[in-house]
Write a protein that binds this ligand. Structure first.
Ligand SMILES: Cc1cc2nc3c(=O)[nH]c(=O)nc-3n(C[C@H](O)[C@H](O)[C@H](O)COP(=O)(O)OP(=O)(O)OC[C@H]3O[C@@H](n4cnc5c(N)ncnc54)[C@H](O)[C@@H]3O)c2cc1C
Length: 375
């Protein structure tokens, strides 16, 4: 497959892909099949795998292998014009068109960012007994944290916290698991989902502490107003904020999420996708993989439009309602849609089908690629 004429001349241009989340895996899977002529692609990421977070509970409870829940970034960089750099990005300068990492700087003609998010709460650096579910790259290391331990404290009772508690509970039946939440669990879900989840947690002997706002952690003790909780392992799952990158010359919001328009552009030659973006037209859009996934075809289309002059720009409109499925690690899941919820085997079947289809990579369709085939 070969590309047509470049929009801005036929001398060497550089596309930098910063981070390697869902969107970039899709772009790379297409670019690496092409004859890139004078386009050089530099991929900069800090981890060798890209995880599909929705499958993490299934990975922990033993239903799926590492290979089934993650992409190996190297496998998507086989084209000789694609260079893969493992490094930590610390600054991106819009006016100078440069990405600065801990060790190097990389100039670009086009930039696309897919850098995710990080935990909103920090109780200090990651240690042997303190872990964070975000950033996403630590997932491999999270698999065995309950092994050979007496107690696991999960801070935060959102969907991820509840799913992970149930997954570890399945994997380590004797493990004493506590979820501590400053409000109620599953606050963003409907009442029926919350009720079903509470019933499952109770049945599986997972202790839930409500209204507990953990203030700080010292060694193996978490402190809150009025008490303390001792643990062998603690896992923080309290929601996300922007990653620690200095976006020089860009507009960011108060949480360091990068502002983009609904075509996913931060500047004429710069796009971004996923958790890291604040879309001006949709400032209250939640941070969830389902949004990153729906943005992906728009991103791929618009990147190809900017670089190769192909097609028309497309706009992203977030879905108002979206399906959420919580894997309860008992061969069942809780499916939540609008005011409706059910807990059964069918829900898990639906979840597994959606997740596995995604991993097979059929988001950017063959008909899209046909537009780039040599006539
Ligand atoms: C346990 C769990 C379960 C979840 N389940 C669901 C679910 O079922 N459904 C759902 O919709 N959402 C779910 N989510 C939310 C989901 O994980 C995120 O919304 C999604 O991962 C965001 O994707 P992304 O492409 O923006 O970034 P990410 O997938 O986070 O990717 C970011 C990439 O950038 C790289 N990176 C980050 N910082 C740097 C840096 N400084 N330098 C270089 N590279 C960097 C990372 O290594 C990574 O490759 C879940 C989250 C968790 C924690």
């Amino acid at each position: 497959m070969s590309l047509g004429i470049y929009k801005w001349g036929d001398f060497m241009k550089t596309l930098v892909l910063a981070g390697c989340g869902h969107g970039h895996i899709q772009i790379l899977s297409k670019l690496q099949e092409m004859d890139l002529n004078d386009l050089k692609v530099v991929v900069i990421t800090n981890y060798d795998r890209q995880f599909y977070s929705g499958m993490l509970p299934g990975y922990i409870n033993g239903s799926f292998s590492l290979e089934e829940v993650s992409f190996k970034v190297e496998d998507y960089c086989k084209n000789p014009n694609i260079e893969l750099i493992f490094d930590e990005i610390v600054e991106i300068d819009k006016n100078e068109n440069v990405v600065i990492t801990r060790n190097e700087s990389y100039s670009f003609d086009y930039l696309c960012m897919n850098l995710g998010s990080k935990s909103i709460e920090s109780f200090g650096p990651e240690t042997e007994s303190l872990h964070y579910v975000k950033p996403i790259y630590g997932f491999k290391e999270l698999k065995d944290i309950g092994g050979g331990q007496d107690s696991l404290l999960i801070i935060g009772g959102g969907a991820a916290g509840v799913e992970l508690a149930l997954a570890y509970g399945h994997k380590y039946p004797g493990l004493n698991i506590t979820i501590a939440d400053k409000h109620d669990i599953l606050l963003k879900f409907n009442d029926r989902t919350r009720k079903l989840a509470k019933k499952v947690l109770e049945f599986r002997n997972i202790n839930v502490m409500y209204g507990v706002d953990i203030d700080h952690i010292d060694g193996n003790t978490a402190y809150y107003d009025g008490g303390e909780i001792h643990f062998d392992q603690a896992l923080v799952s309290t929601g996300v904020t922007g990653v620690d990158i200095n976006y020089k010359g860009f507009e960011v919001d108060e949480r360091n999420f990068l502002k983009v328009n609904n075509n996913l552009f931060a500047a004429d030659n710069i796009l971004a996708i996923g958790d890291m973006v604040h879309i001006r037209e949709f400032p209250h859009m939640p941070k969830a993989g389902v949004f990153a996934i729906r943005m992906t075809p728009i991103l791929v289309n618009n990147v190809f439009h900017v670089i190769f002059g192909d097609g028309e720009l497309e706009s992203y409109v977030p879905q108002e309602r979206y399906l959420q499925i919580i894997n309860t690690s008992d061969d069942k899941a809780i499916l939540s849609w609008g005011p409706f919820a059910m807990h059964n085997k069918l829900a898990l079947k639906i979840k597994n089908k959606i997740d596995m289809n995604y991993m097979k990579g059929n988001l950017v369709t063959d008909s899209f690629m046909k537009r780039f085939e040599k006539k």
